[in-house]
Design a protein around this ligand. Structure first.
Ligand SMILES: NC(=O)c1ccc[n+]([C@@H]2O[C@H](COP(=O)([O-])OP(=O)(O)OC[C@H]3O[C@@H](n4cnc5c(N)ncnc54)[C@H](O)[C@@H]3O)[C@@H](O)[C@H]2O)c1
Length: 379
């Protein structure tokens, strides 16, 4: 437990679940978040409710002067995300988002390599996220299966993490073209998504996310004019021990070779570096996170915390030190913009330019919730 945090209240509509849990932690139990806010017992909240409640609850908390750590996705629509970001800014409150993939060691290692300039100017990105989820996963709670509650299928629920990583590592795309489909599942939502991105520097990206593909073969490749960064066949970004990040550095910059190379069939050679993640491996980014944890936990020995605990500690430290959290509301808002752009592109069948026209998306979202527009089903 973070020494600077006291768990003051727990809220859940399920009274039978919240009462014993609150008792166990010496906190007050509420079944209505507005009553908790009226009681004035919290300075900060962590909101982990179904997606459609994020905006309403987040705005109420911010308006009550309470800092917010929001589960991903920040909101279902970018217009809602904008409202949350504006409310936090207006009241000088922290709005952080649980995109915990950003503190996975593999992501930190990729980010470190990209920021070091080793691969140079980025030309191409190939990125997949694959997992199998049966219908039973969605039957647990109805909110996971409808547009008005979940805000999308795999593109929103699961791919939001990897699209957040893409925006964080590469930048927000300028052009988006996507297809969504429902191939196997009984819900009305997408279970597979494929997108093509053009980034502002001209780099192109291909992205696939699917819950129809057993995990184990995800590929993440970023190629620049000086080298290429590769993560092959990764089952999970979290269970990372002994996973390998490969980096190939070309013998010369491709922008030079394309002019200077006289042999028209010659392929540029290069040197390979493999970075294996061991238990104790510490990157520059993870060292920063470990420092935060050490300070907040008042421990000299670094405890390897779960990524979610890392972000919770970071959120607390951002309030105490009055600095930005690692995952700001603004950056998570950009991720929602890209997701909304993918949905708009796929269902209106056109290339979408960013910044996204939020009114166009709100109109489409209304049609999706009414069922007058739907994700194509293939059987
Ligand atoms: N960061 C991650 O990797 C990760 C993983 C799983 C889920 N999530 C996110 O966490 C959030 C919750 O997902 P979940 O799988 O835990 O959902 P869930 O349905 O299992 O749990 C949601 C909880 O919210 C409660 N709830 C519903 N309406 C409420 C209300 N009006 N007031 C108070 N409580 C209410 C429910 O009773 C339930 O306990 C979602 O945003 C989801 O995307 C994030």
């Amino acid at each position: 437990m973070n020494a600077n945090v006291q768990l003051a209240a727990l809220v859940d509509v399920d009274q039978d679940a919240v009462t014993p849990l609150a008792k166990e932690y010496g906190a007050r139990a509420f079944t209505d978040y507005r009553e908790m806010l009226d009681a004035g017992v919290v300075d900060a909240v962590s909101i982990a409710t179904p997606h459609h409640l994020h905006t309403m609850m987040g705005l109420a908390c911010l308006e009550a002067g309470v800092h917010v750590l929001m589960e991903k996705p920040l909101a279902n629509r970018v217009s809602e995300a904008d409202a949350l970001v504006a409310a936090a800014r207006a009241r000088k409150l922290k709005l952080a988002v649980n995109h915990q993939y950003r503190v996975h060691r593999l992501s930190l290692e990729m980010k470190r390599v990209l920021d070091s300039g080793t691969v140079g100017r980025i030309l191409r990105v190939l990125w997949t996220w694959l997992l199998f989820r049966s219908d039973a996963y969605y039957r647990r709670d109805r909110w996971r299966s409808t547009w008005d509650t979940a805000g999308g299928g795999v593109i929103m629920y699961q791919a939001s993490h990897d699209l957040d990583l893409l925006c964080w590592m590469i930048g927000k795309p300028a052009l988006v073209s996507a297809v969504l489909a429902n191939q196997l599942h009984s819900s009305v939502l997408d279970d597979i998504a494929s997108a093509w991105f053009q980034f502002t520097n001209g780099a192109v990206g291909s992205f696939q996310a699917s819950i129809n593909s057993p995990k184990g073969f995800s590929v993440r490749q970023v190629q620049g004019d000086k080298g290429v960064l590769m993560l092959q066949d990764v089952a999970s970004l979290y269970d990372d021990e002994d996973e390998i990040v490969q980096v190939q550095s070309y013998e010369d910059q491709l922008s030079h070779l394309v002019i200077a190379q006289e042999d028209h069939e010659a392929q540029p050679g290069g040197t390979y570096q493999t970075i294996t993640l061991k238990k104790e491996r510490s990157t520059r980014w993870s060292r920063t996170i470990e420092r935060v944890n050490r300070r907040l936990l008042h421990k000299e020995v670094v405890v390897r915390l779960s990524p979610r605990a890392v972000l919770l500690n970071d959120f607390v430290d951002s309030i105490i030190s009055n600095r930005d959290p690692l995952v700001t509301g603004e950056s998570a808002r950009d991720t929602i913009e890209v997701i909304n752009a993918c949905i708009l592109s796929a269902l209106r069948k056109r290339i979408v330019q960013l910044p996204l026209d939020t009114e166009q998306y709100d109109d489409l979202f209304m049609e999706l919730t009414k069922g007058s527009v739907s994700v194509p089903r293939f059987r």
